[in-house]
Design a protein around this ligand. Structure first.
Ligand code: HEC
Length: 177
């Protein structure tokens, strides 16, 4: 009897040692921590993550997610290449994510890969899918200048209208006298 209890307890503990990656937990983590820059099947600020487990080793992915910049500084060629391909946007470090949690995310990515994205943009090239994500650089200077000019014109117009109104009032008062 006592043996059976011990055996049963061990059986219950067993799954704790054999923790399988959990795509449901991975989905939640992905949405909270990664989805602002990544989609599984589309390029956003960061690359589409579908198939990442084929292009990179698990070790590489774990260390990249924890601290991509450390890898780049250490001279990892793949890390540097993917950094340059993505306009040198720095991916934030996730030092609090354990290997298991990152594996959960990867399980979700694997599950999600291949499903067609729901909101497919009508552009052919992935870079063109995110025109609104253009960072504020010299390239949208003309837009900034046009915008500032518009604001100035509106302000001048408002000042003019206010002055016109008080002038009319002034004239009205004069007439009444
Ligand atoms: C602020 C935006 C941002 C967030 C948040 C973010 N990433 Fe990234 N990620 C990037 C960018 C940009 C790259 C491209 C490499 C670079 O620029 O350093 C990248 C690259 C990667 C790569 C390498 C892909 C490849 O093809 O080699 C992996 C893996 C990755 N991210 C996983 C994640 C995971 C997992 C999370 C969530 C825990 C996450 N990222 C959160 C922006 C982000």
């Amino acid at each position: 009897m006592k043996n059976k209890v011990i055996y049963f307890a061990l059986l219950l503990l067993f799954p704790a040692f054999l923790r399988a990656a959990d795509p449901v937990s991975g989905k939640k983590l992905f949405q909270a921590r990664c989805a602002s820059c990544h989609n599984v099947n589309k390029k956003l600020t960061g690359p589409a993550l579908a198939g990442v487990e084929n292009r990179r080793s698990l070790e590489w992915i774990l260390s990249f997610v924890k601290s991509s910049q450390s890898m780049i500084k250490a001279g990892d060629k793949d890390a540097l290449a993917v950094y340059n391909q993505n306009n040198q946007v720095t991916m934030p470090d996730h030092p609090d994510l354990s290997d298991d949690l990152i594996k959960d995310i990867l399980a979700y990515v694997k599950e999600e890969a291949g499903k067609t994205p729901k909101d497919e943009a009508p552009f052919a090239r992935p870079q063109q899918k995110q025109p609104h994500l253009m960072p504020l650089t010299i390239y949208n200077m003309p837009f900034m200048i046009a915008y500032i000019m518009l604001v100035i014109i509106i302000i001048i117009l408002l000042i003019f209208l206010v002055n016109l109104k008080s002038y009319e009032k002034h004239m009205d008062d004069k007439r009444k006298e």
